[in-house]
Design a protein around this ligand. Structure first.
Ligand code: PLP
Length: 393
């Protein structure tokens, strides 16, 4: 039997660096200790850096969806009007959560390969000046579409009773999310995405405006009651047993992220995405997301005519140990998605493209072998040359 080396190339969960894994392998400590209080304080500061905010950032033991639900139950009352602008699976989920809690959803629904339009939001806000919240997904992981959060948030500057709520679950740690500068009231992420951790920890930044909204919120909540977390956080602790191993891992991941720097993290993801796009286009494949809204967390690609995406993904996983993912819902067999979010470097992209080429060859797709690798390599070399050029000046 031969050993298969495995590669995780999905937009969540994502690979975890060895430093982080080793930290999490240490024996469990108790969380009501000075030692763990210091861990929480460090995690909070690091999260503020990565969220680009002075706001408090709360942590929950939950997946990302818990953070989404927490935003609804803490900011609103049943019957409150909110706009949900959605163009993918996670926007759909936001709508469902809001409806579950009896909010009145003004539904701005787009095709999955469309970008949320600022002008539409502007019109909808004008038609519904009494909306209490505007909910948008920054990086739609189901489609790779990047929505213009900065421009959308700017529309709320003169609306003191309307909160800007952003699912940045695959934005944070990959793309620019200037929480304070853009005026984002609630921003959420989950550990298994750009933070380079296993699943199980969610984080939410809460602005002063959002804290004010919590005062009028009457929706039932217990575990996700932000006020409990805020009160505990002031003593560097949590109201319930925290996902302490993940928080220890988080600090290690945050160290890596702070050493690299926010700008460099964004630039790295942008380069990896560019190389992936150039690579797949070089073998005649079509990108799913439109040019005006392509994020750098994941690259969704149309499956070639006659080849179901599920088959490509299955062959790569079972044949070569490379895990990518196919589309969701209506796009299950029509697109496949290459994740490059978090702990990814240039040669991961080369690996991904090679596995893709091999799978496509086996499934009878006709193209020039090696063309995607060559295209990606060119993107990397150009970037390297530009960097070296900067160095000698
Ligand atoms: C992963 C993800 C979520 C949350 O999913 P969980 O499985 O609950 O962690 C929400 N929104 C987006 C955009 C995501 O990528």
């Amino acid at each position: 039997m031969s050993v298969t080396k495995r590669y995780l190339m999905t937009p969540g969960p994502t690979p975890v660096p060895a430093e982080v894994l080793l930290t999490m392998a240490r024996p469990i400590i108790h969380h009501r200790t000075a030692e763990f209080e210091a861990t929480i304080a460090e995690a909070t500061q690091g999260l503020q850096y990565i969220f680009n905010t002075q706001n408090e950032v709360l942590m929950f033991a939950s997946s990302g969806t818990g953070a989404m639900e927490s935003a609804i139950v803490n900011c609103f009352c049943a019957g409150d009007k909110v706009i949900v602008a959605r163009n993918g699976k996670f926007g759909d989920r936001e709508k469902s959560i809001a409806e579950t809690y009896g909010l009145q959803v003004i539904d701005l629904c787009y095709e999955w390969n469309e970008v949320v339009k600022v002008a539409d939001i502007k019109d909808t806000l004008a038609a519904h000046p009494d909306v209490r919240g505007l909910i948008v997904t920054q990086s739609e992981t189901s489609t790779g579409v990047l929505n213009p959060i900065k421009e959308i948030a700017a529309l709320l500057r003169d609306m003191p009773d309307t909160l800007m709520i952003v699912d940045s679950i695959t934005g944070i740690g990959a793309m620019e999310c200037a929480t304070d500068d853009w005026g984002l009231d609630v921003v959420m992420t989950g550990s298994q995405k750009g933070l380079m951790l296993p699943p199980g920890l969610a984080a939410v930044s809460v602005s002063e405006k959002a804290w004010q909204a919590t005062q009028r919120s009457t929706l039932p909540k217990f575990y996700f009651d932000w006020k409990k977390y805020r009160k505990s956080l002031q003593k560097n602790t949590t109201p319930f047993t925290p996902a302490l191993t993940l928080i220890q891992g988080l600090n290690e991941a945050l160290k890596l992220m702070q050493a690299e720097g926010r700008e460099n993290i964004i630039a790295r993801h942008s380069l990896l995405a560019e190389a992936t796009r150039k690579g797949v286009e070089a073998i005649g494949l079509q990108l799913f997301a439109p040019p005006e809204g392509r994020g750098s967390a994941v690259t969704p690609v149309w499956s070639p005519q006659g080849i179901p995406a599920g088959k490509i993904v299955k062959l790569m996983k079972e044949g070569y140990g490379v895990t990518m993912t196919n589309g969701q819902d209506d796009y299950k067999d029509r697109i496949f998605r290459i994740g490059h979010l978090g702990y990814f470097g240039m040669f991961d992209i080369i690996t991904a493209l090679t596995a893709l080429e091999m799978a496509l060859t086996s499934l009878g797709y006709d193209f020039e072998q090696g063309a995607s690798i060559s295209a990606a390599e060119t993107v990397f070399l150009q970037a390297q040359n530009e960097k070296d050029g900067e160095g000698v000046q």
